[in-house]
Design a protein around this ligand. Structure first.
Ligand SMILES: Nc1ncnc2c1ncn2[C@@H]1O[C@H](COP(=O)(O)OP(=O)(O)OP(=O)(O)O)[C@@H](O)[C@H]1O
Ligand SMILES: [Mg+2]
Length: 199
């Protein structure tokens, strides 16, 4: 009979299907990460990519259900997203991560997980707190300013702006469709997406 197989005694697969990358959106709540991600994703699919979304809201109802918003829980959430993103990138997927990811060091950790397998493209969806609060899609800024919820990023919890993102899109200057086009152009420039040939 075969000896019992312990996972930790067996090396992880290091086979790579080429072409994978992770597009990592970061920005305040309401900045536009999900909106822009869902404009970029279908275009990537149209051009042949296998797209997987790791959106903060979805991840928190599944992979990270039960985690809160302490620094430790936020970091755990982002590290989980980074770990899954790395696996999918290894399999050649175009991963679109869209979580606030407020801490620079934790984003760097996610980058370090992904980069052995494919390119990590950090996109800062740059929107001021004032503009996010004006949009207040989820009604959370009003509650945060009223003190009804605490530990809200950009109000009474930190957001560390990316020091050196591959791209920064200013949503107060660009409509979502324009931001998506800027991102697609960047992916082409990085050789991750074939440019469309004009017919
Ligand atoms: N120029 C713009 N770019 C992106 N979104 C915009 C813009 N102008 C208005 N919006 C609106 O702002 C809102 C952004 O919400 P969205 O859910 O995409 O933010 P988010 O960054 O994913 O936030 P969260 O971290 O809470 O999930 C949407 O309702 C969108 O229509
Ligand atoms: Mg979102």
């Amino acid at each position: 009979m075969t000896d019992h197989i312990y996972a930790h005694e067996h090396p992880e697969s290091d086979r790579v299907r080429g072409g994978g990358f992770t597009l990592w959106f970061t920005g305040l709540s309401g900045a536009g990460k999900t909106t822009i991600a869902h404009l970029v994703g279908p275009e990537l699919e149209r051009r042949g990519c296998l797209v997987e979304y790791l959106d903060g809201d979805t991840v928190r109802t599944h992979l990270s259900r039960g985690l809160g918003f302490s620094k430790q829980d936020r970091d755990t959430n982002i590290e989980r997203i980074g770990w899954v993103a790395a696996r999918l990138t290894r399999h050649g997927a175009a991963v679109i991560a869209a979580a606030i990811s407020p801490y620079e060091e934790t984003r760097q950790n996610a980058r370090a997980l992904v980069e052995p397998w494919g390119t990590f493209v950090e996109v800062h969806v740059a929107t001021s707190v004032e503009e996010c609060a004006r949009r207040d899609v989820k009604g959370l800024y009003e509650k945060a300013f009223a003190g009804e919820i605490t530990g809200f990023t950009g109000v009474d919890d930190p957001y560390e702006e990316p020091l050196d993102p591959e791209l920064r899109v200013d949503t107060e200057l660009h409509e979502p469709e324009e931001s998506a086009a800027i991102i697609l152009a960047k992916l082409e420039e990085l050789g991750l997406l074939r440019a469309e040939v004009a017919v």
